[in-house]
Write a protein that binds this ligand. Sequence first.
Ligand SMILES: [Zn+2]
Length: 144
Amino acid sequence: MISAEDSRRKPLPQPDADTAAYWKGLEQGRLLLQHCLDCTHVQVYQQGLCRACGCDRLEHRAASGRGRVHSYSVVHRAPGPAFRHDVPYAVLLVELEEGPRMISSLVQGDPAAVTFDMPLELVCERVTDDVTLPRFRPAGVKEA
Ligand SMILES: [Zn+2]
């Protein structure tokens, strides 16, 4: 059961030992991807094993920060009080230049102008002392 107070706060990821490097990277403005040294698979969501071949020889490398809209949805009705002032906003399925896809959201752009294949670039948005979130803006937009 979610209390009324909780519903006014946005849910945040909880960094743990497995994901600490990932969150530290975002804090430093870098989106770290896990590259498999055995089969060359690239994954964004952090885990101890390669999702393609199961080996544990994974290496962090910073993503270019470039990607494209693979799919998206524009949210007009806030899922809870915490998001009341954000609507409308665009939830994105971003295909990174390196291959993996990740869920994110649009910043510094018009949600109504999002299109499939639209070029995007990474924005590391610090939301608390412990959490910096990977978001995306339309490519070529000047720093706000
Ligand atoms: Zn592998």
